[in-house]
Design a protein around this ligand. Structure first.
Ligand SMILES: Cc1ncc(COP(=O)(O)O)c(C=O)c1O
Length: 403
C-alpha cells in the first residue's frame, strides 16, 4: 500500500479524513513548492518580455505544456491549450468548433450521466445553431449496452460527448467504442477526462477521440489550470474562443488575424504558475505510478464497499466491484437526507460530498434528488476508510432510527 499522506501538508498532523477528492484533490508539497519557486524566482508576464524573467517564465510555461502533451499522448505540444479547468475546455469547444460547424438538422449526442459541464455547453450550442441535443441512456448500474450506443448514433450525429469516468458511478466508460461509432458517421468525439486523468493513464491516440479535456485540481495540481487536447489540424481550423491580447498575429482598426495554435486560444495573461504546478502534479503522480495509485485506491474502495454492502440501509450506486469505481462511492441511506449524512460525518471530521453532483439529469434518471459521495485517492489509508465506516454505521441511530 502507498503511504503518501505525509507528502500533503494539509493532511499532516490533522485528524480530518478527506474523502472528497473527486471534487478536488489535495496538493502535495512539491506542487506548492513548484508554484512558490516560480513566483519567487521567475515571475513575469510570459510570452511578451525580452528580459530574463519573462523568458524564464515563458520557458517554464512551455515546458509544462510539453509535460501535459506527454501525459495525454499528444503528438505535438502545440495540441495542448491551457484552460482554467474542464468546464472552460468544454465551453471552448462549444463556442468555437460547435457554433461554427453545427446547423439545423444536426445532432449532438451526450450521455445522461454527464456532469453539467459536459451538458450545458452543448445545450447552448444546439440552441444557437438549431442542432438537436440527443441523449444516450445508461442502465441503472451505469452501463451503456452496445445496441443502445449503436442506435443513438445516426447519420445526423455531428458530435458525441462522453465522460471518460462518471463522477457519480466512477466506472470507466466505453469512450473508445463510442469514438469508433462517432467516426463511422463522420462525427467528432469529445472526451471529458476530469475524473479519469487522476486515475488511469490517458492516451488520446488509443482512445481515438478528437477532443479531450481535464482539470489540474483533480489530480493534485492547482485550481485554475486545466488543459484541452485536440489534433493540430482541428485546432487550426477552429475560430478563436476569447479575443484580446496574446492571441493575435496582426491587428488593424477593423479586424485581426490570429496567432498560431495554441496561442490563438490563450487570450490574455496566462496562468503560468498554475501550469508549472500542474506539471509538478503530473510528475508526482508519475513517480507514485498510476498503476500503484489505482491498486491502492481499489484496495481501499474494496474495504469500504464490502462493509457498506453489509449495512442493510445503505445503497451504493453502480458496480458491486471495487475496481469499477475509480475510488468513487456514491450512496444513499434509507430515511436520511444526503445533506444530513454529510453533516453527521462532518461532525466526526469526515469530509464527503452530498447533493446532485452537478448531474441532475442522472439523478432524475435514477429517481433520486441527491446522493452522498465518498471519494478515495492516493493519500487515503485504511484508518480513513474505517473512520468513515464507523461514522456511517452509527448514522441512522444518531438520526433516531433503529439499526
Ligand atoms: C466528470 C466531470 N466533468 C467536469 C467537471 C468539471 O470540472 P471543473 O469544475 O474543474 O471544471 C467535473 C468536476 O467535478 C467532473 O467530475
Amino acid at each position: 500500500m502507498l503511504d503518501l499522506r505525509n507528502d500533503f501538508p494539509i493532511l499532516r498532523g490533522t485528524d480530518v479524513v478527506y474523502l472528497d477528492s473527486a471534487a478536488t484533490a489535495q496538493r502535495p508539497a512539491c506542487v506548492i513548492e513548484a508554484e512558490r519557486v516560480f513566483n519567487d524566482t521567475h515571475n513575469a508576464n510570459p510570452l511578451r518580455g525580452l528580459y530574463a524573467w519573462s523568458m524564464e517564465a515563458t520557458d517554464a510555461y512551455e515546458h509544462a505544456r510539453q509535460t501535459v502533451a506527454d501525459f495525454v499522448g499528444a503528438k505535438h505540444a502545440e495540441e495542448i491549450v491551457f484552460t482554467r479547468n474542464t468546464t472552460e475546455g468544454l465551453n471552448l469547444i462549444a463556442y468555437t468548433w460547435a457554433m461554427a460547424n453545427l446547423k439545423p438538422g444536426d445532432e449532438v449526442l451526450v450521455t445522461v450521466m454527464e456532469h453539467h459541464s459536459n451538458l450545458l455547453p452543448w445545450q447552448l450550442a444546439c440552441e444557437r445553431t438549431g442542432a438537436t441535443l440527443r441523449f444516450l441512456e445508461c442502465t441503472r448500474d451505469g452501463l451503456f449496452p452496445e445496441e443502445a450506443m449503436r442506435a443513438a448514433v445516426t447519420e445526423r450525429t455531428r458530435l458525441v460527448c462522453m465522460g471518460h469516468v462518471s463522477n457519480v458511478y466512477g466506472r470507466v466508460n466505453p469512450v473508445e467504442r463510442m469514438a469508433e461509432l462517432a467516426h463511422s458517421v463522420g462525427a467528432l468525439m469529445v472526451c471529458d477526462a476530469a475524473q479519469s486523468a487522476p486515475h488511469i493513464p490517458l492516451d488520446v491516440q488509443k482512445l481515438g477521440v478528437d477532443f479531450l479535456v481535464f482539470s489540474g485540481h483533480k489530480l493534485c495540481g492547482p485550481m485554475g489550470i486545466g488543459a484541452l487536447w485536440a489534433r493540430l489540424e482541428l485546432l487550426e481550423a477552429m475560430p478563436p474562443f476569447l479575443r484580446g491580447g496574446e492571441m493575435i498575429e496582426y491587428v488593424t482598426r477593423e479586424r485581426a488575424t490570429w496567432a498560431e495554435v495554441p496561442h490563438k486560444f490563450e487570450a490574455g495573461t496566462v496562468n503560468a504558475a498554475g501550469a508549472v504546478g500542474l506539471e509538478a502534479a503530473i510528475h508526482y503522480l508519475q513517480a507514485a505510478g498510476l498503476d500503484a495509485v489505482e491498486a491502492h485506491v481499489n484496495a481501499l474502495t474494496d474495504r469500504a464497499l464490502k462493509a457498506m454492502q453489509a449495512m442493510p440501509h445503505i445503497h451504493v450506486i453502480g458496480s458491486d466491484r471495487a475496481e469499477e469505481h475509480s475510488g468513487i462511492l456514491t450512496f444513499t441511506v434509507d430515511d436520511v437526507h444526503p445533506h444530513d449524512i454529510a453533516a453527521i460525518l462532518d461532525s466526526d471530521k469526515v469530509c464527503i460530498r452530498a447533493g446532485h453532483h452537478c448531474a441532475q439529469p442522472l439523478m432524475k434518471h435514477l429517481g433520486v434528488g441527491s446522493t452522498a459521495r465518498a471519494s478515495i485517492y492516493l493519500y487515503n489509508n485504511t484508518e480513513d476508510v474505517d473512520r468513515f465506516l464507523d461514522s456511517l454505521s452509527s448514522l441512522r441511530s444518531r438520526m433516531g432510527y433503529g439499526e
